[in-house]
Design a protein around this ligand. Structure first.
Ligand SMILES: *Cc1c(COP(=O)(O)O)cnc(C)c1O
Length: 398
């Protein structure tokens, strides 16, 4: 018996059963559908990509996995070298884990211990955003701010360790003034808050955050598990404002295998680097640096560069803006577009009930949540297919 995610099992409708998948298409028992969700925003190259498949098969014929405790291997070395040269600034030190949630946990542990190693043990607090989503493990739930996912935490009462603020400069300044000597980090989903409602905000907020983090010696952490690899129309938001720690997941492996990485800057790394064993980072997921995941991630980055994915994403944004120009509806509160993400936010979530079936009948797989009807398509999508996705969204309202 499968226990499905985010579902009341008693009332859940049967999920679509996938038999095959290729390019942007899912072949299900209910028919062929364009995946407008990219399997939770990860499958950026589409399904059954011949080169990604080959990268996996080639590595599987050598070995699929060895542990990183006392062992190392070429795929993990090559991926780390690639990330070191490809990522901005001195984000050079790659710590791998098996999922985005765990990679955020690692970032938070790094930030806490960075200050403990300096003898600043009173810095136990995290500054985070309202409507933040950073994963479903316990500390990431606490750093997150969405009761729809994490109401179970209510059982513990309000957290002493996390402060949530809106994406407004005044609130940011006030929080730093009030808590700066107790904060170890400011954790954000930069520019685009995904699971908390596809909320978009301006880069000026992040520039201000960088300035305040520098002034008060607080680490800036970008959770780019969702925004990384082009989703916002920037390769990484970290290209615009440099964080001290960067977390990548989801699209890292092109959606092939769960894997994530916490990338530390030189300053953070050096905060652990000395003679004392107790200053080491005591963390080590069993499957960190998995050889299949690293091989496929390397190939994914190679395709991203070689086939000019940033141009593909610009094209997706351009078509989306063109197709939704002048579109509005009294039930829609706002339409937001950023890079490869489009969201129609409705006033009443009940309005979206039945949309999944409606879209399925039009050959589109969609999964609205909260009051968001959205698409985050694979970057390889053709114009016709993208228009079909957007047409389904528009047709629901007319
Ligand atoms: C999905 C997501 C996570 C969690 O990643 P998992 O691989 O599901 O654990 C963390 N942060 C953000 C911003 C995400 O979108």
């Amino acid at each position: 018996m499968i226990w499905y995610p985010y579902q009341q099992m008693k009332t859940m409708k049967a999920p679509y059963e996938v038999i095959d998948a290729e390019g942007v298409y899912l072949y299900t028992k209910q028919g062929k559908m364009i995946d407008s969700v990219s399997s939770w925003w990860s499958v950026i190259h589409g399904y059954k990509h011949p080169e990604l498949n080959q990268a996996l098969i080639g590595q599987a014929e050598k070995f699929s996995h060895v542990m990183l405790g006392g062992l190392t291997h070429e795929p993990v070395q090559k991926l780390s070298d690639k990330l070191q040269s490809w990522l901005p600034g001195d984000l050079d030190y790659c710590f791998y884990s098996d999922s985005g949630s765990v990679a955020v946990e690692v970032a938070l542990k790094m930030a806490l211990q960075y200050y403990m190693n300096r003898g600043e043990e009173e810095r136990t607090m995290i500054l985070a955003l309202e409507h933040a989503y950073h994963g479903d493990t316990f500390k990431t739930m606490e750093a997150g701010d969405d009761e729809d996912y994490h109401f179970v935490l209510k059982a513990y009462g309000p957290s002493k360790y996390v402060v949530h603020i809106p994406t407004e400069t005044a609130a940011l300044e006030e929080a730093f003034e009030k808590y700066h000597d107790r904060l170890n980090c400011f954790l954000v989903e930069p520019l685009l808050q995904g699971a908390g409602g596809m909320r978009m905000y301006d880069v000026s907020f992040l520039k201000k955050a960088r300035e305040l983090c520098d002034r008060y010696g607080v680490l800036l952490i970008f959770d780019e598990v969702a925004t990384g690899f082009g989703r916002t129309g920037n390769r990484f938001v970290a290209d615009l404002v440099l964080p001290d720690i960067l977390v990548l997941g989801k699209a890292l492996t092109g959606g092939y295998i769960g894997h994530a990485v916490t990338v530390a800057s030189r300053k953070v790394y050096e905060g652990f680097y000395d003679e004392r064993p107790e200053h080491a980072l005591m963390h080590g997921p069993t499957f960190m640096g998995n050889a299949l995941a690293c091989s496929v991630a390397l190939k994914s980055i190679e395709l991203f560069e070689r086939d000019n994915y940033m141009e593909k994403i610009r094209r997706i944004e351009e078509i989306t803006r063109r197709e939704l120009k002048d579109f509005s509806h009294p039930k829609i509160r706002e339409i937001r577009i950023m890079g490869g993400c489009v969201c129609m936010e409705v006033y009443d979530p009940a309005v979206l009930k039945g949309y999944q079936q409606f879209a399925c009948e039009r050959g589109v797989f969609s999964r609205p949540f909260l009051n968001c009807l959205y698409a985050m398509v694979p970057y390889v999508i053709g114009e016709e297919e993208l228009v079909a996705v957007l047409d389904a969204m528009k047709a629901w309202f007319s």
